[in-house]
Ligand binder design. Structure first.
Ligand code: GTP
Ligand code: MG
Length: 384
């Protein structure tokens, strides 16, 4: 009997320990769920090349520890690949224009650069690129300075020439140093098409002075074949940051040479706005690549784009830039209100003019985004 009692006591003790453990696990799950609820989900969306990953990199630089030396060095093959691919595009583009254009002579590569050009184009077609030596950098520089390549570059919008071309070509000597370590700026200029999804958690304002809000930011690939992955991220999104490369109104898609990039972006934005999951989601529209837009607008009229065909230039210089920017902004505003059902009208919609390479501007923009979202949270909690 005595031994039965003691066994009973033993069982009771084991039970209560187990119960305590279960309670502790449940408490932790509850705590974590609460913490998760506190984390606000931000989604970077937009077509390919619109600057999503550049914004993502800026967030890492601004609100996290940035890139350590190993990460910076990890960008060397990417940057070198960008150089080889770019010079190949320009070389092949010049050859094509020299055959097809009426004023074909200006696209003919000079005799002294012909052989060099063929060699570089062959390298650019490889899967494995060689190390960028000083000699190769010099060869690339010589080809870049060739009049035919410069003429071709001026038609870069027709050839999928990357936006970072000028930057890369002006820095070839540094990029080919044996001890080259990419700078923060090099990393921001580097172009890698995103495949899949990457995420980062951060609190704006800075390491020491935090705003209290915790955000989880998701970056996705924007090209057509990547977009089917987006839908898995659409639940519980606090805000969509929709990036538009406003300088690309005279370019066609990388994945479809017959489709204007602005028209694609318009259709994509419409589709995103109509997603039932986003009825209460805030929309932050980043009209990005303003630095390129302000240069282009004075040379290429906005109305070359079918969506902007009702645009009329009114002035020159700074005034014209502002006029063109306001026109584009209005187009997106109209699109937003047309594509927003009456039951969604109270969702937040803000437009920001951005240049993703400009760290100060991105910091300022994120402070504004943070303020807007905090104000909305207070309003929803009935505190405002
Ligand atoms: N000049 C300039 N270049 C920019 C700006 N934003 C991005 N870029 C460059 O544009 C290229 C494409 O930017 P990404 O951030 O990779 O574009 P993405 O939207 O992530 O593209 P996907 O991953 O294909 O969807 C990179 O070389 C960037 O350095 C900008 O505001 N101004
Ligand atoms: Mg990307």
């Amino acid at each position: 009997m005595g031994s039965l009692c003691s066994r009973q006591r033993h069982y009771n003790q084991a039970d209560s320990e187990e119960n305590a453990q279960t309670a502790e696990i449940e408490r932790r799950i509850e705590q974590e769920t609460k913490a998760e609820k506190h984390i606000q989900k931000l989604l970077l969306l937009g077509a390919g090349d619109s600057g999503k990953s550049t914004i993502f990199k800026q967030i890492k630089l601004l609100f996290q520890s940035g890139f350590d030396e190993a990460e910076l060095k990890g960008y060397i093959p990417v940057i070198h690949a960008n150089v080889y691919q770019t010079i190949k595009i320009l070389h092949d583009g010049a050859k094509e224009l020299a055959q097809t254009e009426e004023d074909s002579l200006k696209y003919v590569i000079s005799d002294e650069n012909k052989e060099n050009g063929e060699k570089l184009a062959e390298i650019g077609a490889r899967f494995d690129y060689p190390c960028l030596t000083k000699e190769l950098a010099q060869d690339i520089e010589a080809l870049w300075r060739d009049n035919a390549i410069q003429e071709t570059y001026s038609r870069g919008n027709e050839l999928q020439v990357p936006d970072c071309t000028q930057y890369l070509m002006e820095n070839l000597q540094r990029l080919s140093d044996t001890n080259y370590v990419p700078t923060k700026e090099d990393v921001l200029y580097a172009r890698v098409r995103t495949t899949g999804v990457v995420e980062i958690q951060f609190s704006p304002v800075g390491q020491k002075k935090r705003s209290g809000e915790v955000y989880r930011l998701f970056d996705v690939g924007g090209q057509r074949n990547e977009r089917r992955k987006w839908i898995h991220l659409f639940e519980g999104v606090t805000a969509v940051i929709f990036c538009v490369a406003i300088s690309e109104y005279d370019r066609t898609l990388f994945e479809d040479d017959n489709k204007n990039r602005m028209v694609e972006t318009k259709e994509l934005f419409e589709w995103v706005l109509k997603q039932p999951c986003f009825e209460k989601t805030a929309f932050m529209l980043f009209l990005n690549k303003f630095d390129l837009f302000e240069k282009k607008v004075l040379q290429v009229p906005l109305n070359v784009c079918e969506w902007y065909k009702d645009y009329q230039p009114v002035s020159t210089g700074k005034q014209e830039i502002e006029h063109a920017y306001e026109f584009v902004k209005k187009k997106f505003e109209e699109l937003y209100f047309q594509s927003t059902a009456p039951n969604c009208v109270d969702r937040v919609f803000k437009i920001y003019r951005t240049t993703a390479l400009d760290q100060k501007l991105i910091k300022k923009t994120f402070k504004l985004v943070d303020e807007t979202l905090r104000r909305r949270n207070l309003f929803e909690a009935g505190l405002l």
